[in-house]
Design a protein around this ligand. Structure first.
Ligand code: PGA
Length: 251
């Protein structure tokens, strides 16, 4: 089923106390509004266990920001999909542009991470998107197509029940610059057309495609109103309960 989703990516922000405070604030704020979408938050890995406990009776779901592709073993500093599952985390963000840029995650690594997440019954929020130079040179559709073809578009149709796509143009992440609602819709429609040609209309119609990149309470409604935009992956604005709630209630 295609759901509307608002997911907060907290990145490397919020210590244990701040994590507790923000979740408590969100739980309270969300009790007072009507919610027409799924809501996810993604704290740092060290705070995932407490986040799961703090959201036990809440609409909020908890996602990890990353995981390693191997089952277990000598990978100092890493966390496996099974470990996420074990502490009650049901979703994981994979392929975020910061992981690709600063930690060398390429299509091959991401393909392995996706496979491991699926084996461990994790839902995947799979991120991709073009650089500013790709957009300027008119290559944005080609870049996005290759990011998807080299990774998730080789999965079988059944896997798509567990995958959410997040189109995040790199030039719009943390820059204050947002793709226009029309630019987002144009790309999302293109992404859905790739799903249609690979899997057929019924699979394609059921995949949620999120937009990410400087979404704020002031622009969320217009972006989310577009036909193929099923929600957002939110960075900076997910760190304040009022802003995040404002984006959630844009649906
Ligand atoms: P931003 O980040 O909302 O701060 O631009 C989005 C993201 O990185 O997912």
């Amino acid at each position: 089923m295609r759901n509307n989703i608002v997911a907060g990516n907290w990145k490397m922000n919020n210590d244990a106390t701040q994590t507790t405070e923000l979740i408590n604030d969100l739980n309270k704020a969300l009790e007072e509004v009507s919610i027409n979408c799924r809501v996810l938050i993604s704290p740092t890995s060290i705070n995932l266990t407490s986040a799961v406990a703090l959201t036990e009776d809440s609409v909020i779901e908890v996602a990890a920001q990353n995981m390693h592709q191997a089952k277990n073993g000598a990978f100092t500093g890493e966390i496996s999909a099974a470990m996420l599952n074990d502490v009650g985390v049901k979703s994981v963000i994979l392929g975020h542009s910061e992981r690709r840029t600063y930690f060398g995650e390429n299509d091959q690594i991401l393909t392995e991470k996706v496979a491991s997440a699926l084996e461990n019954n994790l839902e995947i929020i799979f991120c991709f998107g073009e650089l500013l130079q790709d957009r300027k040179s008119g290559n944005h559709f080609k870049v996005v197509e290759s990011q998807l073809k080299n990774t998730v578009l080789s999965l079988n149709a059944a896997s798509w029940e567990h995958i959410v796509l997040a189109y995040e143009p790199v030039w719009a992440i943390g820059t204050g610059e947002t793709a226009s609602p029309e630019q987002a819709q144009e790309m999302h429609a293109y992404i859905r057309s790739l799903l249609v040609s690979t899997y057929g209309i019924s699979v394609a119609e059921n995949v949620s495609i999120l937009y990410g990149g400087s979404v704020k309470p002031t622009n969320a409604k217009e972006i989310f109103s577009k036909e193929d935009v099923d929600g957002g992956l939110i960075g900076g604005a997910s760190l304040k309960a009022t802003d995040f709630t404002g984006i959630i209630t844009a649906f």
